[in-house]
Write a protein that binds this ligand. Structure first.
Ligand code: MTE
Ligand code: MO
Length: 194
């Protein structure tokens, strides 16, 4: 069952594909997920190592900032909390930058990253992730707009201060909570006197 619809959204049946550019091919033997930055224990995980971690399933609605929402997607993979238990973020790691292998970046506040439904997903609705939806691995942060759910995930970088990512540099909100309609940053106030 879908949850409630955030303000300003409409239900559609399947996620549309949004990509900043073509994604280079990858062989799974070459896949590595790096987890580093402000953590006690940096990680480099191969595909087999990722699959050997405890696996979980998350059912969640997917909300895009361009006003569409897809109800009830079923993601399978490794919970973000499992990764955090392994790498042990330092207390001052307040943001996590998620990197896609084509260079996409999306910063996520620690409290959203650590929600129980944030997942590093490699399956969608019972099948391997379709190539255009992030194969082989994507982050899914159901509590934020979809641009925070970095596809083609290869790197999680724990940061001690806020940094902008691909869309945030282009005016999107730093946090991006759909329940607060955090779509864009407020325009800068006009200079005094104008
Ligand atoms: N690596 C990567 N991740 C990405 C993007 C991208 O261009 N590259 N686009 C983002 C945007 S803007 C959205 S709305 C969602 C779309 O996910 P979908 O293509 O699976 O629907 O992916 C996000 N993750
Ligand atoms: Mo998007």
């Amino acid at each position: 069952m879908p949850g409630k619809l955030p303000p300003g959204q409409k239900w559609i049946q399947w996620p549309l594909v949004y990509d900043i550019g073509p994604v280079p091919h990858l062989r799974l033997e070459e896949f590595r997920l790096r987890v580093d930055g402000a953590v006690d224990r940096p990680l480099v995980l191969t595909w087999e190592e990722l699959l050997s971690l405890p696996q979980a399933e998350v059912k969640a609605d997917f909300h895009c900032v361009t006003h569409w929402s897809v109800p009830d997607l079923r993601w399978e993979g490794v919970l973000a909390t499992t990764i955090a238990d392994l790498c042990r973020p330092s207390p001052d790691a307040t943001w996590i930058m998620a990197w896609g292998r084509e260079g996409y970046s999306a910063p996520i506040p620690r409290e959203y990253f650590l929600r129980e439904d944030t997942i590093l997903a490699h399956r969608l609705n019972g099948k391997p992730l379709p190539p255009e939806h992030g194969w082989p691995l994507r982050l899914v942060v159901p509590t934020l707009y979809a641009w925070k759910s970095a596809k083609y995930l290869v790197h999680l970088e724990f940061l001690t201060e806020k940094r902008l990512g691909y869309w945030e540099e282009r005016g999107y909100h730093e946090v991006g909570d759909p329940w607060r309609q955090e779509r864009f940053r407020q325009p800068a106030p006009p200079p005094a006197g104008s």
